[in-house]
Design a protein around this ligand. Structure first.
Ligand SMILES: Nc1ncnc2c1ncn2[C@@H]1O[C@H](COP(=O)(O)OP(=O)(O)OP(=O)(O)O)[C@@H](O)[C@H]1O
Ligand SMILES: [Mg+2]
Length: 321
């Protein structure tokens, strides 16, 4: 059994009579990337703030352990093992990138020399050495985001919380950030990531949880979540009405669209199912003009689970909790 970097049971948080987190379980094995998805206001930042000791959970919550330490009885030990990059930048714009880094080193009580060494190393790693002596106010959004993450890594935390780390970044900067996150994880760091970009969760996360209405609406790997959503199909399009008619006859289980001369066959998109469809076409000597495979993506999952009135099962069958 692997150790859990984060283990929260029945996480609860209300503001007045507004229930934000209504009994949320979060279990993140060490050295993995966990992504919390959810619409605006779902409570992602609230969860990050609780797990990183910035605010407290409601007393009705169950046990919460981060880095093996109890959040209520050992918050200092939790703080010593984590780093947090908040949704809103922690960069001080009035001072330089280097000064921001040294400030973090001071907060972490690093000896002066070690602080300078760490700052220089991280600035180099995040490609900020040239800009290090310039005020952070002159940095681009992407540079500031990199500086933010560099500041989080001072003190070498084993668990890091990234609250929407790539919001507002261009595609190249986003891919660079993904690469950095992957490198951290290959060093054994655990990453708890919130994001609005489903592609990001799909790309990075070992496991994904979708938060909606204060509860985890579904949890699993990207693949498991996609399987919750029906609608995978193969579409065959024809230009010749006669071929279309014979194909419709040969594939009698297909849904017909007579107007566009296309057939839709339910399929999981696997090689085996595709081959079966092609074999049936071949044996009837029918050639389609176009064949496309449609598989549901995480966007479909997100819409189905967070749209309200979703009618999908709440847990993927294979999900291990
Ligand atoms: N200090 C507070 N006092 C009262 N309500 C709050 C407070 N902080 C957050 N909330 C409310 O809690 C809910 C969850 O907020 P939270 O910031 O956790 O959402 P989020 O999932 O991070 O959203 P986003 O995607 O927009 O960042 C929101 O309805 C918000 O208005
Ligand atoms: Mg947020």
């Amino acid at each position: 059994m692997t150790n859990l970097a984060i283990a929260a049971n029945g996480l609860r948080k209300s503001y007045g009579d507004k229930v934000v987190l209504d009994g949320v379980d979060l279990n993140v094995p060490e050295g993995t990337i966990f992504s919390l998805l959810g619409p605006n206001g779902a409570g992602k930042t609230t969860a990050v703030k609780i797990l990183s000791t910035l605010i407290s959970a409601d007393p009705a919550s169950g046990a919460i352990r981060v880095g093996g330490h109890d959040l209520t009885t050992a918050p200092q030990a939790v703080r010593a093992s984590i780093g947090v990059t908040g949704q809103f930048s922690a960069v001080d714009n009035l001072i330089t990138g280097e000064e921001n880094m040294l400030l973090m080193a001071d907060l972490q009580h690093l000896p002066k020399r070690e602080g300078h060494r760490t700052a220089a190393e991280l600035l180099e790693r995040f490609d900020l050495t040239d800009a290090a002596r310039k005020p952070a106010s002159t940095y681009s959004g992407g540079m500031k985001r990199r500086l933010d993450l560099a500041m989080t890594l001072v003190g070498n935390p084993r668990i890091i919380f990234l609250d929407e780390p790539t919001t507002g970044l261009d595609p190249r900067s986003r891919h660079n950030m993904w690469q950095i996150i992957r490198e951290l994880v290959s060093d054994g760091v655990t990453v708890f990531l919130t994001t609005q970009y489903l592609e990001e969760a799909d790309e990075l996360a070992d496991r994904i949880a979708v938060l909606n209405d204060g509860k985890i609406a579904a949890e699993g790997t990207a693949k498991e979540l996609k399987r919750l959503i029906p609608g995978g199909h193969v579409r065959l399009r024809f230009t010749d009405p006669t071929s279309y008619q014979s194909a419709a006859f040969a594939l009698h289980d297909a849904t017909r669209d007579d107007e566009s001369l296309s057939l839709q066959i339910p399929s999981d998109g696997s090689q085996r199912e595709l081959r079966a469809i092609l074999d049936r076409l071949d044996s009837a000597t029918i050639e389609a003009d176009e064949l496309t495979v449609h598989t549901p993506d995480l966007d479909d999952v997100f819409f189905a689970l967070t749209g309200g009135g979703a009618n999908v099962p709440t847990q993927p069958k294979e999900a291990v909790r």
